[in-house]
Structures are given as C-alpha cells and as structure tokens.
Design a protein around this ligand. Structure first.
Ligand SMILES: NC(=O)c1ccc[n+]([C@@H]2O[C@H](COP(=O)([O-])OP(=O)(O)OC[C@H]3O[C@@H](n4cnc5c(N)ncnc54)[C@H](O)[C@@H]3O)[C@@H](O)[C@H]2O)c1
Length: 403
C-alpha cells in the first residue's frame, strides 16, 4: 500500500478484516506500506498491521513477493505509481478519482487493458457502490422494479472548509488534486448514479465556484483535518488560528453544480459542495422511474426508501427497507438481521470483490475504463463551467481507451 493516512487507514482496516469475514479463494497478507516520512510510516505500519515499511514506493513494484499494489495517495501520484505497478505485473487497486487529468486516466486505462491480457487486474476505489443498500438499489433498477428511469437527483455535501482560515491543503490545489469538490466528492455521485441506473452521462451544463480564493498555508494535514503554523488543529469547526500565516491561492472549485442527460433518457441533477454548512458527509441519491422511486442516504446507510407504484393505490407510500437481511448484498457474512454496519464495511466489501476477482481471473469493477469515463464527465463539467455553462458532450470512454 502507498499512503497511510485517511484512505490508508480505511483500506488497512479492510485488508485486516476481509479474510476473517468472508471465505475467499485467496488470503491477503499485508506485506509492505509506503510513506515518505520514515518515522511516521514506521508508526503507521505498526498501528495499521503491516509487516514492514518503506519510504520509496518503487520497492512495492520491484519486490517479487508482492502481488497487489493499493494506491492511497493524492491524485498527483496515481498515474506514475499505477503505470509502474501494472508494467511490473502487479494487480492494482487505485483510489478515486482515477487521475488528475483525462490524459493520465486514458494512459492508465490503456495500461490496464494491456495488463488484463496478461491476467493482471485493476480496479478503482469507488467504494460507495459496495454499501449494501446502494448495491440493492442497482438490483431494483436492473430487475425493472422502477420501470423507465426519468430522474436522477444526487447530492454530496460537506462543510469542512467553510472557515476561510482553514488551510490550503492538497485537496485545494489543482496540481495535487486535479479539481476540488467536483473530483473529490462529485466523482463519487457520478459513479454511483451511473452504476445504479446502468446509464451513462452523455452531456452536462455546469456551474462551479471558488468562494474563498486565498487561504493560509498548512503546517500539516491528514484526510480532512489540517493545522496552520502555531495553530490548533482545524477540523472545519472554525478553530483555525488566524494570526496571519503566509497564504496561497485556492486553485480548485469549492462547489460544482450541474444538470446532465443520461443515455437511457433520464434527466439528472448533481451538486457537490464543501460549503454546505452543517452537512458533514451527506451523500444522497434519489431515482424516480415510471413504476417507482428509490432513495439512498449515506447518513442512514443501512436503509433504503422504496416507493412501489404498482401496489394498490390505498397502500402506496415510501417503504423503509432495513438492508441487513442475510439475503441482502454482502450481508450474509456479517451480523443477525437488524445488527447494522457502517462506513468502513464498504471497504471490506471492496477488498472482498477485488480478491475474488484476482483469485478467479475475473475483471473487477469499476475498471480503469469505467473510472476513465467518470474522468471524462469531470472534464466535461469543468469545460462547461468555463464556457458559461454551455451544453458540453461527454467524450465516449471506449473510443479514448482504444485511441
Ligand atoms: N473512497 C473514498 O471514499 C475516499 C475518501 C477519501 C479519499 N479518497 C481518495 O484517496 C486518496 C488519498 O486521500 P486521503 O484522504 O487518504 O489523503 P491523506 O492526505 O489523508 O493521505 C495521503 C497519503 O499519501 C501519502 N503520500 C502522498 N504522496 C506520496 C508519495 N509520492 N509517495 C508516498 N506516499 C505519498 C501521504 O504521506 C499520506 O500518507 C485520494 O485519491 C482521495 O481522493 C477516497
């Protein structure tokens, strides 16, 4: 694994538990973790359960006893690490968004296609697909229970940078993150809605905004928390110093809002923001079809709301389904019905599917080609916003992989 902070910890938790929860044809051994600071990565290896550590990710790629490389770094290193790992015959799990640019994503998807011919697998970490209620949502759509899909309504809202004194962490720098709320959280709802509906976004009209354009430089950061020099940790609660440290320019969007058309005929709206005061990690998707509607809300991730319009009129209404039965996706290995699961379990499910695919010689999803298609949507949103919200078609992903 490369990276040991937020996703490094979440993925480690999943690698630790996956073989204890699921009966799988292969067993994960947590061999080597990489970070740039020797002291910190040594501590992380001990805390997270890795056999050894290194400060050079190339060691992961060159060691013969390593089969899988898990990339948990910011987007500016995804392409370099992933391309080297695939070329060395390592299976790759790479965090989202796949890359910082379409060109990088295209190169990664092409390398994945070449590697696949040699039995080397790759997958992008859109973990919300693997929340059981979200997976079930897709099954309801695929089974025709919603009829023809007319509307998709997706929001992903956070508020950790509302304070203008929150520092300029890597997520606010275009050269490190590619884009802002759009690529960080917007990418999740793009993937999730396309996965659930089985429809791809064909075109968009977008607005983006950077509300706070200058911020103090950070002294350190991890995940969504950071410090400025001499200040208490800033965690989005408004407690970040304010004694005049050096500042830098925010080069990404704070919020992105767009309308879209899907190739099955649905109309969709998307909103991704880090300025939704009070909303911590609020991901919500609602789908309306000719025969029913379904709603997923990450803050109540064990539940699904389902409206079945084929029921007798007197009995119609939104039904709350508790998605904890043994027959629900992924749930048979966990607890008795009603004994709920949480955020981290989506990563265990992700590792389960990845290990199973690698061990059985199947292609895991979402593939790098799927993640390239998400990248092309992000690119279309950015271009539309730059052109005063003009309608912008999404370039087809398959053509770009082949090119
Ligand atoms: N799937 C999800 O829900 C989810 C959630 C958060 C983040 N992410 C994604 O995960 C990735 C990492 O985000 P994070 O929140 O964990 O970031 P983070 O800042 O918490 O951690 C990044 C880690 O990468 C390490 N790192 C950076 N450059 C490196 C390099 N060149 N070599 C070795 N190590 C390096 C840092 O030291 C740190 O350990 C991003 O792509 C992000 O978009 C996904």
């Amino acid at each position: 694994m490369v990276g040991y902070a937020f996703m490094g910890a979440a993925h480690s938790q999943a690698w630790r538990t996956v073989n204890r929860v699921y009966d799988l044809p292969a067993r994960a051994r947590m061999a080597l973790i990489c970070g740039r600071d020797a002291g910190k990565v040594a501590d992380a290896a001990d805390r997270l359960g890795w056999d050894a550590y290194t400060t050079d990710w190339r060691e992961l790629v060159t060691r013969d006893d390593i089969d899988v490389v898990d990339v948990c770094t910011p987007g500016d290193s995804h392409a370099e690490i992933t391309l080297a790992a695939l070329a060395a015959g390592k299976h790759v799990l790479c965090e989202k968004p796949l890359a910082n640019t379409v060109a990088e994503a295209r190169a990664m998807a092409a390398a994945a296609a070449t590697a696949e011919a040699a039995g080397v697998r790759s997958m992008c970490g859109f973990n919300y697909r693997r929340v059981p209620a979200a997976t079930m949502m897709r099954q309801l759509v695929a089974d025709g229970r919603l009829g023809v899909i007319r509307h998709v309504r997706a929001t992903y809202l956070q508020d950790w940078i509302v304070d203008p004194q929150f520092p300029l962490v890597w997520r606010l720098q275009k050269d490190r993150a590619g884009s802002g709320a759009l690529g960080d959280i917007g990418a999740h709802i793009i993937d999730l809605t396309q996965y659930v509906t089985g429809q791809l976004i064909t075109g968009v009209s977008a607005v983006t905004e950077t509300f706070v354009k200058e911020r103090p430089l950070p002294a350190g950061s991890s995940g969504l928390a950071a410090t400025v020099d001499g200040a208490e940790p800033a965690d989005g609660t408004g407690s970040a110093g304010g004694h005049g440290p050096a500042t830098g320019t925010v080069t990404v969007d704070d919020a992105a809002v767009f309308v879209a058309r899907l190739d099955g005929g649905a109309l969709a709206t998307y909103e991704a923001s880090r300025f939704a005061t009070g909303r911590k990690n609020a991901l919500r998707v609602e789908i309306n079809g000719s025969l029913g509607s379904v709603v997923f809300d990450l803050e109540r991730l064990n539940e699904l709301e389902f409206y079945d319009a084929t029921r007798p009129a007197a009995e119609q209404g939104f039904t709350r389904i508790l998605v904890t039965e043994g027959g629900h996706p992924y749930m048979s290995a966990w607890w008795p019905p009603g004994h709920i699961i949480g955020y981290e379990h989506s990563f265990t499910h992700q590792m389960r599917d990845f290990i199973e695919a690698v061990a059985t010689g199947a292609d895991p999803a979402p593939s790098f080609a799927d993640a390239l298609q998400v990248q092309l949507v992000l690119d279309a949103v950015t271009r539309s916003a730059e052109l005063g919200s003009s309608w912008t078609e999404v370039e087809p992903a398959l053509a770009t992989v082949a090119a």
